[in-house]
Design a protein around this ligand. Structure first.
Ligand SMILES: Cc1ncc(COP(=O)(O)O)c(C=O)c1O
Length: 283
């Protein structure tokens, strides 16, 4: 439940919080965001999320609304006011308010919103037991490395997945390669025990969880390869999973109705999930 939110300089009860109807985030999706996993009071990979926020903002020439130190303090205050220890923080920066016009105005003041929500992610049945996935065409623009709020294609993909009884949609590019999930990065483990995920480029969001899992895989000396993979390669995989701040490392049991490996949570997925949870508890 969202009780108290931070909006443009004020901590407010959610029902009293307001965004201008000419906020460019509202009119154009001219905004970026971050979601940070809160685990037992620890903001997991906070620095990396704020680095990516700065990257997204700079790619769109939007100013950082507050210093990094102040952003961290505001995030902690929202968490404190809502009395949350487990869940996630949502932080959004839009370009700001201006008369509606496609032309991007100079020198307007960015809008900043911070919210926090309570949730016991580690105990989520989907993360423990796995989900099925469907594949859908990737309909998005080609700057997916910027974490913008323009998420309608992602929302349609996720809704199609849920309508089909699945937990996530993996999006497929024009070459038949999987780009990423509607709100996660996609991974497979081949029958040769190669761990594979697509390399970062403007075609995917370089997930913070993805980067941490890569570090953990290297620590574990797994046979890790950063390369693209097609839907047909994924269907032949021994294991599959997806990563994000709110799905951690969620096992994939089937893709488009076809069982992956044993159809159960695989050993590599289980190991990486356990390592990630340990990392998230000590960061
Ligand atoms: C499209 C997309 N890819 C990947 C991710 C995973 O990113 P992160 O691990 O930073 O949460 C997300 C998270 O929201 C996403 O929306």
């Amino acid at each position: 439940m969202l009780k108290c939110v931070y909006v443009n300089g004020q901590f407010l009860q959610r029902r009293n919080a307001m965004i201008d109807v000419e906020d460019r985030g509202f009119n154009f999706g001219d905004a970026v965001y971050e979601v940070i996993f809160l685990n037992n009071g620890i903001l997991v990979d906070e620095e990396e999320h704020l680095n990516r926020l700065e990257y997204s903002l700079s790619e769109l020439s939007i100013a950082l609304p507050k210093s990094r130190r102040v952003l961290s303090l505001l995030i902690r205050e929202v968490i404190r006011l809502n009395k949350i220890t487990n869940g996630f923080v949502y932080l959004q920066v839009s370009r700001g308010v201006a008369p509606r016009d496609h032309l991007i105005p100079d020198n307007i003041t960015p809008s900043l919103v911070i919210m926090a929500r309570s949730s016991n992610l580690i105990e989520k049945p989907s993360i423990r037991n796995g989900v099925s996935v469907i594949t859908v065409p990737d309909l998005r623009w080609h700057r997916r490395d910027i974490k913008t709020t323009q998420l309608i294609a992602n929302c349609l993909a996720k809704s199609d997945a849920v309508k089909a009884g699945a937990g996530e949609a993996w999006m497929v590019d024009e070459n038949g390669a999987i780009t990423e999930g509607s709100s996660s990065n996609a991974w497979i483990v081949t029958t040769n025990r190669e761990l594979i995920t697509r390399p970062p480029s403007s075609e995917i969001l370089n997930g913070i969880t993805r980067r941490t899992i890569i570090e953990l895989a290297k620590e574990e000396r797994l046979d890790f390869h950063e390369r693209g993979f097609t839907t047909s390669e994924a269907l032949k995989a021994a294991e599959a999973f997806f990563t994000s701040a709110t799905s951690l490392a969620t096992p994939v049991l089937s893709i488009d109705g076809q069982q992956i490996g044993s159809g159960k949570v695989g050993p590599v997925t289980k190991k990486l999930q356990a390592m990630y949870v340990k990392f998230a508890s000590s960061a």
